[in-house]
Design a protein around this ligand. Structure first.
Ligand code: PLP
Length: 416
């Protein structure tokens, strides 16, 4: 018997009922974010009782009859347009954002999420405002692709606050924010910036990878489009590339249209791993926060360290804003060493055995990289006064991490 005839024997409603929703059992009262991480995007009874949704490797979707195809009578039409796997992940991310989030687009990397969100709002002749402390590839996108499309970018001091009013022009279409800043951890007054932007009908986009929706409620603070590099904390295990954009009702249609039109979709295994990562995001982030802050305090006491850039430290210039707007911190921060030779800074890093020397972050292990923003910042001056190192504090025991750093400092002294 042909497959088509096999399908045709099933009453149509039985096909759609298997996959029609992911939240069959609704919680009976409003629930907190940690609970949402467990319940969101799930409907075990739609999956024969299995706890997790299946991974649909899919392109073609078969219609039971020609009538159904012509009338577009199907829940799913094509792999790129969505599967039960992608919908489960979208539902979970939307529920995590809560009120204000109308929908989510999934992208194959954090950078793809940034570029898709930006492309969904700007057109030729527009002007966008981007903080000088933005993730560097975002800057490359604006200077390259946006410039080529006739979209002008002005970089602004991330500490500008409501002073951004003087940079808004009649054609300013979007204001991008990211807090804390990449590498250097400047805090931005996002509610103040969003208020001014909205008065001038500009759209506010935020890269919320550092705090995630657990520690910064972007939509409550005036953000219209929230971007996350899911490669970092959502994935959490250094094994996927993933990004997502959450949108409010006003910005969602253009976002979805942009992503669909460009044909961007995420591989099913990576979507599954992103959904799996979400389940433990709350406990992982709490541990990254606690250990990261402890090691930031420890580093601040070290004689070799000139400055620690971590907004949850009371000494940090951005602390007041962090305390007002954020409910936690992740495990990523930077330090500036007292003036030291390149050889000594390298000796420090080479001595570390528990800190991997590598890009990316948000994953289970601790990481460290040297960085220097001098070359590319244009609206502010980066003159830290010593070699700069960014740390990601992983899930190891923090005592082992400080012992590792202690050995690093001994190697630094020896190399000087
Ligand atoms: C890593 C990162 C990105 C990009 O994510 P990828 O998945 O590596 O493309 C975007 N924003 C910030 C703040 C990041 O740190």
């Amino acid at each position: 018997m042909s497959l088509r005839r096999e399908h045709a024997r099933l009453p149509f409603h039985s096909i759609i009922s298997v996959t029609s929703n992911h939240m069959a059992k609704k919680p009976k009262s409003p629930i907190k974010p940690d609970t949402r991480l467990v319940t969101a995007g799930r409907d075990p009874q739609a999956n024969h009782g299995f706890v997790n949704p299946p991974v649909y490797h899919a392109s073609t979707v078969l219609y039971p009859t020609a009538d159904d195809q012509v009338a577009h009578r199907a829940r799913y039409s094509y792999g790129r347009r969505g599967t039960p796997t992608s919908e489960a992940l979208e539902d979970a991310l939307r529920e995590l954002d809560g009120d204000g989030c109308a929908g989510v687009a999934l992208l194959p990397s954090g950078l793809a999420a940034i570029s898709a969100a930006l492309l969904s709002v700007a057109r030729a002749g527009d002007h966008v405002l981007v903080p000088d402390s933005v993730y560097r590839p975002t800057r490359n996108f604006c200077n390259g692709v946006f410039a080529r499309l006739g979209i002008e970018t002005t970089y602004y001091d991330p500490l500008i606050g409501s002073g951004i009013a003087k940079l808004l022009k009649p054609n300013t279409r979007a204001v991008f924010v990211e807090a804390p800043g990449s590498q250097s951890f400047e805090m931005q007054d996002i509610p103040a910036i969003a208020k001014v932007a909205h008065e001038k009908s500009a759209i506010v986009l935020m890269d919320n990878t550092w705090a995630t929706p657990l520690y910064f409620r972007a939509f409550e603070k005036g953000v219209d489009l929230e971007i996350q590099a899911g490669t970092k904390y959502i994935g959490g295990h250094s094994d996927i590339m993933f990004g997502c954009v959450s949108a409010n009702a006003a910005t969602l249609p253009a976002l979805k249209d942009t992503v669909y039109s460009m044909g961007i979709c995420v591989g099913p295994d990576d979507m599954y791993l992103a959904l799996r990562g979400l389940r433990t995001l709350g406990v992982r982030l709490a541990r990254h926060y606690q250990s990261g802050l402890r090691i930031a305090h420890w580093l601040a006491q070290r004689p070799e360290v000139l400055r620690v850039m971590h907004p949850a430290l009371e000494s940090d210039p951005g602390h007041a804003i962090w305390k007002r707007d954020f409910t936690g911190a992740s495990g990523l921060f930077s330090i500036v060493l007292k003036p030291a030779s390149e050889k000594a800074a390298h000796a420090f890093l080479n001595e570390l055995t528990l800190f991997g020397l590598g890009y990316s972050w948000g994953v289970f292990e601790s990481l460290a990289i040297l960085f220097d923003c001098t070359e590319y910042r244009t609206a502010t001056k980066w003159a830290p006064g010593g070699p700069s190192i960014r740390f990601h504090i992983g899930l190891e025991d923090p005592d082992d991490l400080t012992a590792d750093l202690e050995r690093g400092f001994a190697a630094l002294a020896k190399a000087e």
